[in-house]
Design a protein around this ligand. Structure first.
Ligand code: BJW
Length: 252
């Protein structure tokens, strides 16, 4: 049963657990970048899926049907990244590495903000919005050659259009990355899940794998999710406010 109250006591409990933890894994989702100004997917008013259908924009079928629309949507999101910076939550997660022997961030986000904030060990489950490969053969693109503002996807030397290097619905996650994430879930003593709705698999199953394997599971989110009842501690609130409090206690 989770403690569904945002109280200093639970933040203190979290800091105490982290002080004695050896291996810590953090699974993050779109919510941790919201305070940087990047919309989440499923927020009813401001989420990306409030205005667009995931089938049209985040599936291989959608890309085949309308490559220009998909290209332009990702182009505008990539452009937005030039204007944003990591927030206090990203920086605090990066700082946590100074206090625990082993820390890995497993992220569903494609925005690169964990790395920008200084996190060294980052597993990108859903790829990166700044990488490209061709649709047909997966030939990687030299990112420097991909300009902003193109209305159609540029073509690979093999003639196939380039697509963003992200994972769409119905596609497999990068096998090596997923396998590392699953091993971490099985071996972490503290597993923290922050800013995800917990409905997209296989990422959403990782906290359950961790719990089953004996980890203490801690969730950070302003809203309860399907993970909340399984979490040992539920820190209810925004990532950018909760994480700095945890780090503050670790420093004191
Ligand atoms: C805050 C906050 C603040 C707000 N601080 N928090 C098992 C069961 C059922 C279905 C499946 C299954 N296995 C596979 C599937 C199918 C499918 C799936 O999961 N569908 C579900 C929707 C039902 N999964 C797949 O297709 C995956 N592939 C796969 O499994 O391959 C094998 C396979 C293939 C075919 C059949 C079966 C197996 C691939 C999934 C790829 C997801 N891709 C996207 C797009 C990436 C590129 C892009 O950016 O455009 O990834 S979709 C989108 O959802 C994106 C995200 O990474 C992902 C998760 O979203 P996230 O991060 O949780 O965001 P939100 O918006 O949902 O939630 C935000 C949260 O933040 C909320 O909780 C807020 O409260 C909170 N929040 N402010 C902290 N300040």
């Amino acid at each position: 049963m989770s403690n569904s109250i945002n109280s200093h006591v639970f933040i203190e409990q979290t800091a105490e657990l982290l002080k004695s933890a050896k291996r810590v894994a953090i699974l993050t989702g779109a919510g941790v970048s919201k305070e940087s100004g990047i919309p989440t997917f499923r927020d009813a008013q401001t989420g990306l899926w409030a205005n667009y259908r995931p089938e049209d924009l985040a599936t291989p079928q959608g890309f085949l049907q309308n490559p220009d629309l998909v290209w332009q949507w990702y182009d505008s999101r990539r452009k937005k990244l030039l204007e944003v910076s990591p927030n206090a939550g990203h920086y605090a997660m990066a700082e946590l590495a100074q206090f625990v022997p082993e820390l890995t961030v497993i992220t569903q986000n494609v925005d690169g903000l964990h790395q920008q904030a200084g996190s060294k060990e980052v597993l990108e489950l859903h790829g990166s919005i700044t990488a490209f490969r061709c649709f047909a053969k997966g030939h990687p693109a030299n990112t420097d050659n991909i300009d902003f503002g193109l209305t159609s996807p540029p073509k690979c030397h093999c003639g196939s259009p380039y697509r963003p290097g992200v994972v769409w619905f119905g596609e497999s996650l990068p096998g090596d990355v997923l396998s590392k994430a699953q091993k971490l879930a099985q071996s972490a003593d503290v597993f923290i899940v922050a800013g995800t709705s917990g409905i997209v698999h296989p990422a959403a199953s990782l906290p359950f794998v961790a719990k089953e394997a004996g980890a203490t599971v801690i969730e950070i989110n302003p809203e309860p999710t399907p993970i909340t009842d399984t979490a040992d501690i539920f820190l209810q609130g925004p990532s950018g406010q909760i994480w700095p409090k945890i780090i503050g206690l670790l420093k004191s």
